[in-house]
Design a protein around this ligand. Structure first.
Ligand code: F6P
Length: 546
């Protein structure tokens, strides 16, 4: 389906002119001073997620133009095409229907198949969770990319509340790297008779996953394990390949579920084992609530649309090439890694749907760490570095530290949560507010640096400010809220991809390295460097030296 690419819309030139005229000079401090209602105008409550966009470098004119751009690029039609099951992933000839996985029974495409697969997976998960009956104490999940990051991130997030959603009696381990240190670090202490291995691979051809699965099977047999059928299951759309591997229980899914959008499918099995069927359904329901918001709300009050438009504004007009994700919740420590795949594998493309080179930047670099840890590492650069990097703060109002936290400890940890929230607010405030040289001059300078002179020191101690950020707030980190948050990001990536004219659902960029690795592997054994470039040959010789 051909849609206008963002630069083909007449609004593109208008946006450029607006940027040069006033957009680039927007000063957040002045904007707040001029408009007492700026926070109210630029914040909104979406399902489970409250968003404050007011500290972004945007005004009414920018928004009006960006909304027109979205209409010109057919964002609404493209959204409907995705939800209704059209072949929107053109280079792989596939529909893109992860939203169908979280639609209530009877709604959405393929509902019967979806519900049947979900019921079967959840029944199995409940059986495993019954530790007394299943005898399973450890679950080792082996997968990579979309078959790892989503499940690992969600389990980590919901386990952070200890026993609120997860049962601590069972331990979940995630192994992804082909580096044997990953698996080797997990195996000690496992009892093969009490361990379930879940081999997760959509294609069941992924080198890393198959290598780890083979090694896990070897360990299992070496340790006296016998019943492979009971201790190894697979989640895959390639049921045949899983069977060839010797796995008799495979939870299958469909090619219209992209790898990085697959945590809602049977790839979510470890999540279901960790949090149980009821909570897994709540995760799906939260995502569905965000799907409805995205599908039904007018563009101007549609959070994924607004975030996607901001992404284009920052990337293509301000020229910001990265975005920092700062979750102020330890449970969300893997969120930046998860979002790296979601966003950079989806929109890190250089050609449009017709294969034409993009004349503008696409996906920014996505990176981050949880607050407050990041504050003591890279926030220096965010505040005073030469690059402007929009920051996304994510915080949760009510903590859940688990039922073992009582008495004085509970009070202390609650107090720490207030510190966490105060830090979160302070960082976005500092980024925006900055500190002038004059203000710095009025502060008491450290005596140890007095030889530098007051003005020099004040320059070191000043902050430019006017650095943009978005703050997303959740009431609690529940399965439902997490589902909504993830779906928000999925749709925001869809919106920016639609504007850039990108196919956000393929990933050809990972193929070349895979093919070259396949060719190099036997050469690493044989030492044959014939025809290799000098660097690769030199590195190979160094690695092979005796
Ligand atoms: O890195 C490429 C990729 O294909 C991802 O898109 C995918 O999530 C990952 O590999 C794992 O693929 P599979 O689930 O088929 O093992």
């Amino acid at each position: 389906m051909a849609h206008a690419r963002c630069d083909q819309s007449p609004v593109w030139a208008e946006l450029r002119a607006h940027f040069e005229r006033s957009g680039q000079a927007l000063d957040l401090r002045e904007a707040f001073a001029a408009d007492v209602a700026r926070f109210e105008s630029w914040s909104l409550q979406a399902p489970e997620v409250f968003a404050d966009l007011s500290k972004n470098l945007i005004d009414g004119t920018t928004l009006a133009l960006l909304l027109q751009l979205a209409r010109d690029c057919g964002v609404e039609a493209q959204r409907e095409a995705m939800f209704s099951g059209a072949i929107v992933n053109s280079t792989e000839g596939r529909a893109v229907l992860h939203t169908a996985l979280r639609a209530p029974a009877g709604e959405g495409p393929f509902s019967d198949e979806v519900q049947e697969a979900l019921d079967r997976m959840l029944a199995f998960a409940e059986g495993v969770r019954d530790a007394a009956a299943s005898g399973i104490r450890d679950i080792v999940h082996i997968g990579i990319g979309g078959s790892d990051l989503g499940p690992a991130m969600v389990v980590g997030a919901l386990q952070s509340a200890s026993d609120t959603y997860c049962q601590p009696a069972q331990r979940l381990h995630f192994v992804s790297n082909v580096d044997g240190h990953d698996l080797a670090s997990v195996l000690p202490g496992l009892d093969p008779h009490k361990t379930l291995f879940v081999i997760a691979s959509k294609t069941f051809t992924t080198q890393e996953t198959l290598a780890n699965a083979l090694a896990a099977r070897a360990w299992f047999l070496q340790q006296g394990g016998q019943d492979i059928a009971r201790h190894f299951v697979a989640t895959s759309s390639n049921v045949q390949a899983a069977a060839q591997f010797g796995i008799s229980t495979t939870f299958g899914f469909w090619d219209w579920v992209g790898g990085r959008y697959s945590l809602w499918s049977v790839i979510g099995l470890p999540i279901a084992i960790a949090i149980g069927a009821r909570n897994f359904r709540a995760l799906l329901a939260g995502a569905h609530a965000m799907d409805q918001h995205f599908r039904e709300q007018p563009l101007a009050r549609n959070l994924p649309v607004l975030l996607g438009l901001l992404d284009v504004w920052y990337r293509n007009f301000h020229g910001f090439s990265s975005r920092c994700i700062a979750p102020y919740h330890q449970g969300l420590k893997r969120l930046p890694a998860y979002l790296q795949q979601l966003e950079m594998e989806s929109n890190g493309k250089g050609v449009d749907g017709e294969g034409q080179a993009l004349p503008y930047g696409s996906s920014p670099v996505i990176w981050g760490e949880p607050g407050t840890n990041g504050q003591h590492a890279f926030f220096q650069m965010l505040h005073q570095g030469t690059d402007v990097i929009p920051v996304e703060f994510i915080a949760v109002r009510q903590p859940e530290h688990g039922s073992h936290v009582t008495g004085e400890l509970a009070d202390l940890l609650h107090q720490q949560h207030r510190m966490l929230l105060a830090n979160c607010l302070a960082q976005s405030q500092a980024l925006m507010q900055g500190k002038t040289v004059e203000q710095a001059l009025q502060e008491k300078a450290p005596a140890a640096a007095s030889h530098l002179g007051a003005l020099t020191l004040a320059r070191h101690r000043s902050f430019p400010g006017n650095r943009p950020s978005t703050t997303l707030l959740l009431e609690r980190l529940t399965p439902r809220a997490l589902g909504a948050l993830i779906a928000l990001y999925e749709h925001r990536v869809f919106v920016s991809g639609a504007l850039w004219g990108i196919n956000s659902f393929d990933q050809w960029g990972v193929e070349l390295g895979k093919a070259l690795c396949k060719a190099l592997l036997p050469r690493l054994d044989s030492g044959d460097t014939a025809g290799l470039d000098g660097s690769t040959a030199g590195l190979m010789n160094w690695l092979r030296r005796s």
